[in-house]
Ligand binder design. Structure first.
Ligand code: ATP
Length: 270
């Protein structure tokens, strides 16, 4: 592990509240991600997951709370200064430059980069297919390949903390599994990961710690092995949903015993 452990977490979010105009998207969210760990934030559509990652990356200004990286307060830093400090975001929907080549997209990520191991060659070694197709335009890639380039672009900044927003979105399950299989390798190389996912099964499989967000609040947190499907279900949908039966249908699916119908519930793809 390359990063010295900060007291608490390498990434330490404390009492974070964020408003989009009149709408409060995050309510006093706190979490700590220790160096080299993978933490997952799960939650339904609109729970505030992207807002959390984007706020950590500096794209939204919080109305209260703080964000610390290795003990240093980065709450007021501009986004590019956060990249230089070691925070990189893979945004929802990838957001590559479609007319630029694979290599040019990776080079965009290296702007404001920290020094470190993730140069172009290391990224091409990680994604075997990418070196031979580095001159291809991003628009010509499949969704999974674009996601890989988006991850490569973030790695090119040599992040200490990698923020991954809905990696599985729009991708076939087999592609999702391939991409998720890389994450433990990244964590072992010293990259600390906070990911958000609606695919609960995938998040539980890869994370050492999962947090559930409901209407901007953390409703549950803990190691996946210590959480039951019913607990996750209630935290994901809230008590009202559990009472009207919505949660019952997908509780079995979270626990991996769901029917095909339950498999269509939010967050569960396997
Ligand atoms: P999804 O999985 O659908 O992306 P999410 O959990 O990531 O959902 P956010 O995208 O963070 O949730 O949205 C939280 C709330 O904030 C939602 O009600 C959303 O409509 C609102 N919101 C998000 N971004 C903005 C914005 N830029 N302006 C106004 N409202 C926003």
């Amino acid at each position: 592990m390359t990063a010295p452990a900060a007291p608490g977490g390498l990434l330490d979010v404390s009492g974070l509240s964020v408003h989009h105009g009149q709408l409060q998207a995050l309510r006093e969210v706190s979490l700590e991600v220790p160096a080299g760990h993978i933490h997952a934030m799960i939650g339904a559509n609109g729970a505030g997951k992207s807002t959390l990652l984007r706020t950590i990356a500096g794209l939204h200004r919080p109305s209260a709370g703080s964000i610390r990286l290795d003990g240093a307060d980065i709450t007021g830093l501009r986004p590019e200064r956060r990249v230089a400090a070691g925070i990189a975001l893979v945004p929802e929907g990838r957001r590559l430059f479609p007319s630029l080549s694979v290599q040019e997209n990776l080079q965009v990520g290296a702007t404001s980069a920290r020094p470190g191991r993730w140069n172009l060659e290391a990224i091409y070694d990680l994604f075997g297919w990418m070196r031979d197709r580095r001159q291809q335009r991003a628009a010509q890639l499949s969704g999974g390949e674009q996601q890989a380039v988006a991850i490569g672009r973030a790695l090119a900044a040599n992040p200490r903390v990698l923020l991954l927003d809905e990696l599985s979105l729009g991708l076939a399950p087999v592609v999702v599994r391939q991409i998720y299989a890389l994450l433990p390798q990244l964590a072992a190389s010293g990259v600390t990961i906070l990911l958000v996912e609606q695919d609960v099964s995938q998040a539980l499989a890869v994370a050492s710690h999962v947090h559930c967000l409901l209407e901007g609040r953390i409703t549950l947190a803990g190691p996946p092995a210590e959480l039951t499907g019913a607990q996750i279900e209630q935290a994901y949908f809230g008590v009202a949903a559990a009472a009207n039966g919505d949660a019952t249908r997908s509780a079995a699916a979270v626990a991996g015993t769901g029917s095909p119908e339950a498999d269509q519930s939010p967050g569960v793809s396997t």
